[in-house]
Design a protein around this ligand. Sequence first.
Ligand code: IPM
Ligand code: MG
Length: 323
Amino acid sequence: MGHEVVPAAVDLLRFLEPEFELVPVEIGYGKWKRVGTAMDDDDLELIGGCDCVFFGAITTPPDPEYKSVLLRLRKEFDLYANIRPYQYSGVHISQYRPVRPFSFTIVRENTEGLYSGIEEITGERATTMRVLTRKGCERIARVACKIAKQEKAEITVVHKANVLKSDIFFKNIAAQTAAQHNIPCSEAYVDAMAYHLILHPERYRVIVTTNLFGDILSDLAASLIGGLGMCPSANLGDEYGLFEPVHGSAPDIAGRGIANPIGAVLSAKMMLEWLGRYKSAALLRRAVGHVIQKRVLTPDIGGKMSTTAVASAMLKYIEEQLC
Ligand code: IPM
Ligand code: MG
């Protein structure tokens, strides 16, 4: 599906920022089938030589020993903060009907926790080590505090500290970091959070949590705003960023021209903001608002349009705004 949503968003990027140098890199399943590796050192070097990456959903090769390409990129470039914003402005597009508008961001730790990669299966036992470091907890809490400061909001630390010692560690460090930054801080157990996020998403603004909890809550949150096709994300390190829609490669609908480009376009918007191109970012945001208002939408959110038709409607809207 990356082959469909990435070009749609890239067309808009080319139009808005003609001086950007775009370097295409093919990684993932297609490459693995052709040459036996999904991403090689040359790809990594090429990627590392760029300012940031715009990433489309890819399929991890069906080999149990094969580590996800995406996880490798996150680790390789130390992209420790996964930022996933969810907004509902009142224009209804999903089966789920929120009571009030809401806007919250999940700030997910992206390199540690149960994704440590330290694991083992023996005949009788399987273990995965959940590793949290002070550095990792502090830096993700700092990112959450920075967003909360911009939005004049509090942070909510989500954990399972009633069961997991590692989460007592996480929760305490996050609370200390918030206090140092003068950011109001509340906390919630992850199971309760799943419940409350569905019932009253408007109560939350910046949710900070560990890797797997953030992964799960972000799919849950996607269901509140029309589905995974709507959701963008930024994977940020201190100097590098990777921007990608939250959805996966969806092999069941890939190639049919009906992939929702909105998640990818909003990821491009996040990338433009990170690059300081606020005017172009705002135009992308408004173009998405426009197709939602006019209901030029793909089938996953109740429309009948194709990926390219939605993208063309956005491009036309942006052209009109600029002349
Ligand atoms: C996500 C995805 C990835 C994750 C997978 C594809 C490895 O679910 O970005 O949310 O678990 O982080
Ligand atoms: Mg996920």
